[in-house]
Design a protein around this ligand. Sequence first.
Ligand SMILES: [Zn+2]
Length: 402
Amino acid sequence: MKKHLILVAAALTMALAANGQQTPGARPDEVRNIILMVGDGMGSAQISALMMASDRPLNMERATMGGMVKTSSANNRVTDSAAAATAYSTGEKTANGYLGIDPDGAPLQTILEKAEAAGLATGLVATTNIQHATPAAFYAHTPDRDDYHAIALELLDSGVDVAIGGGIGYMTGREDGRDLMQELQAKGYAVADNLAAIATATSGNVVALYNEDEIPAYVSQNGDTAGATTSEGEGRDPSMLAKGTSKALEILTANGAAGVSGEGKAADGGTDGAKTASGKGFFAMVEGSWIDSAGHAGDARMLMGEMRDFDNAVGVAFDYADAHPGTLVIVVADHETGGLTIPSGDDNFLLPDSGVEFRWATGGHSATMVPILSYGTGASAFGGIMDNTEVNRRMEILLGLE
Ligand SMILES: [Zn+2]
C-alpha cells in the first residue's frame, strides 16, 4: 500500500511539473483548497433520477473526471454513514457506527484536524445536525455515532473555522448545564441560530446552527423541482445547502488566504492583505444529508428536492473553482441508500416510450459502488475505481498533509 501511495504522489508531482510555468512560492497547478461534497446515500440511480426530472443538464455534468468508489466498512460489506465518512476523513476503514477511531477504538487524526494543524482554514456544512455521522466523522472520535452531546463537545475543540447546519439543541440544552454556543463565543467565534444572522460575516470563526436537532427535509410538490420555490413544496428552504455552501466559501476564502486559521483568531483576521501570500488555503466538507433519508423512506419527491439542492450546491462549488484556480471539488457519496433502480415500465422497447418506474429494493443501504466526480485543479487524480480510503489519501497528498 505504501508503494502504491508513493506512485500516486510521484504521478501527481510529474503531472504538476509538466504543466505550465513555475511561479515563485506556488506551483500553478498546486491544490490549495479542497471542497469535498458528500451526497449521503447518492448512487448513480439517484443522479439519473434528477437528470430525468430536469429540463437542462445538471451542475454535476460539468465534472471533468469520473470514477467509482468501493464503500465497504471494516466489518460489513454494507457500510453505514459513520464508517464511510471515517474512511473519507482518515483513510482508514472502521466498524459501522464508529467515528474517527479505528476498529480497536484508537483515535485517528482526520483530514480536517491535519488541515487545522497545518494552518489551513476548515469548514463543515450540512442539512442535518452538525453532530450527525457524516460531518462528525471529520472532528469526533467515538464508538457511538448517536451520542450527540459528547460529539458536540468535540466540535468545541475542533478548531473548525466555519460550521453551518442544524443541532443547536445539543450545544445549549445539555444535561451537563454547559452552553457550548457561549463557550464558542468565548473562543472568538461569531455564533448564530440561523443563516441570515451571519449574512454580514465575511471572515473569522463562525458557527451557525439552526434547529434544535436536524433541519427538516425539503419535499417538492411533484418530483420535478426545476425552478422550485418554497410555495411549491414543504419543509425547509429548498436552497439551504447552496446558500450555506456559498457563505462558508466566502468566509473560508478570507481565512484561507490570510493563513489565520486556528482557535482564537480575531474576527477581522481575514482581511489583512499583507498575509495573503502566506495563506495556505482550506478544506471544506459539504453534505447533502437528506438524500439518504429519502432513500430510507423510499420517497421520490423528497429525493428530488434534496438532490436538486445538492446539485445547486455543487454548482456553487464548481463556479468557485472556476473563479479560484487551485481549488479542487470532489462530489461523492458515502454509500447508496434504498437500492434505487429505474426499470423500464414496459418490456416492449419498440414502443416510442416504454416509460420508467422508481423501485426501491430496501429501506436500508446497499453495497453497490458509488460515483465520484471531480472538477478543478487536481481533478484528474480521482479517476477509475478507488477504495473509499484511497479518496482520503489522494486528498491529503494534494494538500500536502500526508
Ligand atoms: Zn450515509
